[in-house]
Design a protein around this ligand. Sequence first.
Ligand code: FMN
Length: 402
Amino acid sequence: MLTTLIYRSRLCKSVSSPFLERLSGKAQRFNETVGVTGILLFDGDYFLQILEGQSDAIDKVLCRVSADPHHREIVQLMRDYAPERRFGNLGMAIIDMRNRQPDVLIEEVLKQGTARYPLTYGDRVFKFIRTFVSGPRKSHLSLPDDSRQWRFESDIPSVQVTPSRPDKAACQFALQPVVETSVRQISYLEALIRSPSGGSPADYFAAIPADKLYEADLYAKNAAFALANQMDIGSAQIAVNLRPMSLVMVPGAVNILLEQIASNGLVPEQVVVEVTEDEFISRFDEFEKAIHQLRYAGISLAIDDFGAGFAGLSLLSRLQPEKLKIDRSLIENIQSDGPKQAIVKAIVDCCSALEITVVAEGVETAAEWRWLEAAGIRHFQGYLFARPLLNGLPAVAWPHKI
Ligand SMILES: Cc1cc2nc3c(=O)[nH]c(=O)nc-3n(C[C@H](O)[C@H](O)[C@H](O)COP(=O)(O)O)c2cc1C
């Protein structure tokens, strides 16, 4: 299928025109052999390249492009499919934008077009070109990546305990911290359910009969609060995941939670309930009423896995949580993914207007963390800092500038 790929990148150090000519020559020759066409715009600092061809040929070119040390901060902005090529005559033409007026450049781009229908303002590819040529420079700036200048080291060792009492729910919990790296503090601890043998949440719930699912979910929280008590978490906050329908299907669910919290020596203000819409919330009014009760009791609310499944904007507008956790699927490789960057920036803006704390989940690389921090996120969770530890609190690997 004919694929169109657009990426933006940034030059490493200033280059001479012969460099651009050499680049164009080499690129042109390779692209011709694999049937790729396109154009490359250069404004003296940034590149914007449009590549058209069969998917596997585009990937081959992208591989060469990514390996070139002359540029960095390569961000894919669009990968789409089209009935025909827009720049079908050109293996790779470079348009050097320096010292030239935007309207002249736009004319030049239009002249290169080979599509049956002329490039129009409605065409997304042309819109990317227009913005790059004439839009405010700031709108296409990527955030700097200094990820190679950081190493991650823990200062305090992990702590593990033997659970003090066998729980009726026959489950265990692992703790994973959410960290605020700029002040080197643990923001709060999340208790993640594990099966009796230490298996995943899916393993635990697979062994529960369908008609006991919600009760099991709710009563299991007692073991999480008991672990928090045993670990002596002081005034730190502890978060538990709850299926939204557990609050609806189990009579008196909020009171049961409050009793569990009190009987384990905790106060509601240090508890965060994380909800996600991984199943349809069929009786939303009752669910919302239970949430109001939780809030009235002093318990904090977080929307979990935001951006995955159904956990989306409607839930955010109706619940107005204290915290919003961005799903790992939006975090993975964000430093090179234009659509994810645009979505996460919008989430950060929205949460800043509503005074909601944003947490990035599933952070695994320094490059992801650096991009997210530069975008204004302060709270992080993920293997880069700490993996969940069964019946214990893992050591946190804090960032140190090299
Ligand atoms: C902004 C930019 C655009 C590039 N576009 C292409 C391209 O369209 N096709 C291609 O094969 N290589 C492209 N490259 C990669 C270089 O041309 C590639 O590194 C070079 O062909 C390999 O050269 P070498 O033989 O000196 O290692 C691009 C590199 C840069 C910096």
